[in-house]
Design a protein around this ligand. Sequence first.
Ligand code: 5GP
Length: 118
Amino acid sequence: WTDPMSEKTIFQRIIDGEEDADILHEDDRCVAFRDINPEAPTHILIVPRKPIPSLDDLDTEDKDLVGHLFVVARELAQEEGLRDGYRTVINCGDDGGQSVWHLHLHLLGGRRMSWPPG
Ligand code: 5GP
């Protein structure tokens, strides 16, 4: 019997090199890789190494880390050539549509987005 809460998330396994991913960026604070089920021509996930389950678990001490995720998103958007714009999203909790319980920033681009999301 294993406690499901103690099992690693898929993102933790990618960070730990136990699961393959198309990694585009790595530094001491985060890893970025392509989403396995892309919703747009560019769909990248920027994931902090620190295993914060969701935005709801964010501490004040994490504010620089979150800022860093957005700077990496902007760099990746430039590398991907998203000159006409892009979208960043953090889904939080069940109602927010979160499915992996390790905080991550979505970077989506390469097509026209609609608003509001469904
Ligand atoms: P959420 O719904 O939690 O905001 O986003 C989770 C995202 O992770 C989804 O867009 C989903 O396609 C992506 N994802 C789930 N499993 C894997 C995986 O094994 N590899 C990669 N690269 N992305 C994954």
